[in-house]
Structures are given as structure tokens and as C-alpha cells.
Write a protein that binds this ligand. Sequence first.
Ligand SMILES: Nc1ncnc2c1ncn2[C@@H]1O[C@H](COP(=O)(O)OP(=O)(O)OP(=O)(O)O)[C@@H](O)[C@H]1O
Ligand SMILES: [Mg+2]
Length: 237
Amino acid sequence: MLSADRRVILQLEGVSKVYGSGELAVTALREATFRVYGGEIVAVMGPSGSGKTTLLTIAGALLRPTKGRVTICGVDVTAMNESHLAAIRRERIGFVYQSFNLLEALTALENVRVVLQNNRTNGKAPALERARDILEVFGLGHRINSLPKKMSDGEKQRVAIARALAKDPELILADEPTANLDAKRGHEVMDLLRQKALELRKAVVVVSHDNRIREFAQRIVWLEDGRLHEDSATPLV
Ligand SMILES: Nc1ncnc2c1ncn2[C@@H]1O[C@H](COP(=O)(O)OP(=O)(O)OP(=O)(O)O)[C@@H](O)[C@H]1O
Ligand SMILES: [Mg+2]
């Protein structure tokens, strides 16, 4: 198997997040420090409320930390303005969500193509062709003209993963990608994500409270009450 390379794709240094203030303040992350390298799949595990989504949302430059520093592909995004952050998200990060987040009025092909418009295509084929190719790779060649409501949940999540990878981002962030899938579909989807991510040398962070996610990751990071620790010997769930 290919191993991780030396490119640091994501770096969190002493990141804390406090929601609200005063008596209502909730500390969701406490001084979290971690790195993800290119070609590496990291699972972030921990019980409900431990801060997994908060961590991923900060890593995706969708939420600012209260304290600490976030670097994506060598760029410090901590104090970046919103338009620069939007560009980083668009060009560097592919997001995969529990609920797929496909546009219901668009076909599978259009759902993927939409993220390729106004986006660098790295000198590769035009958007439509690229969208079709990646859907083929994900075994959805026969589904390109289907609307999400006509697809199974497993197919929908494969479209969502194809969409995340289509723009060729360095970093893939997935929040509970198998939570709405049965065991078999969940396994298939994770297997595909893992295979493609390794092949394309992507850095992947998958957040889940599901123990089965472990088998797809090269490294496990645990979160407990906002504290991060890399100790695969400590099962929390
Ligand atoms: N927008 C918010 N405002 C206030 N508190 C929040 C907000 N979002 C999350 N929290 C709190 O922060 C803590 C961490 O939440 P987070 O969603 O990151 O946990 P999680 O590990 O993703 O949980 P789950 O497994 O249930 O998805 C929880 O105590 C939660 O209630
Ligand atoms: Mg969550």
C-alpha cells in the first residue's frame, strides 16, 4: 500500500473553540493539535458531543477557532477574510456529509458539474467530460441522468464523493459519511473513498462515532470532551 507523503495538508495548532459566552459558554475543542499528510486517511472518533463536527468545520475553514492556528496546504487561514476563505474551500477542499447534500433538482451529472464551473480544472478535460468520467469511476455511468430522488442512498453518497473529488482538492473532509447507510452500503462507500483517495494521494479526514470506520483509516485520532489524543489503544465507543 502507498504510504503518506511529507506534504502537510492540514495543520491545527492549539485550536480551541468556545461557543457562546458567559454562563452559556460551551468549550467544544480544547487546544487541539494535529497534522494530516498527503496520501493519508485519518479517522477522528469520539462519542456524540465530543467535538468532531466542530473540529472538521474548523479544518474546512467554515468556522473560526476561538484560539489557535489552522493551516491548509501551507496557507494560514486563521485570520483570512471571507472571500479568500471561500476560494480555499472551493479549490482545496472536498466536503462529504452524512446527508449527501445533493441538489435535488439536478441530475447526478449536473450535481458534479456544478462544482467544476468557475473552478480550476487543472488543464484537464472540460467540466462536463470530467464530471462524466468521475461518475463512471464511481460505478455510476448508468445513473448520470438520474435525479437524487431516484437513486439509492449508497448511490447518492457515491455521487457526493465523486463531487468532492471532481475538482481535485488536496483535502477531503467527511462528516459521518456512512451514518445514513446500511452496513453493506456504508462499507462499499468507504471502500471506494479509501481506494480513490489513496490512488490520488489525497489527505482525508473522516469523522465518525462508528467503530467500523477504523478499518478504513491508517491513523485514528480520538476526541473526548474536546480533547484530542492519538491513542488507538483507547476505545471510547
Ligand atoms: N453552534 C453551536 N452553538 C453552541 N454549542 C454548540 C454548537 N455546535 C456544537 N455545540 C456544542 O459543542 C459540543 C461539540 O459539538 P459537536 O457537534 O462538535 O460534536 P460531535 O462530536 O460532532 O457530536 P455528534 O457525534 O453528535 O455529531 C457539544 O457540546 C455541542 O452541544
Ligand atoms: Mg457531529
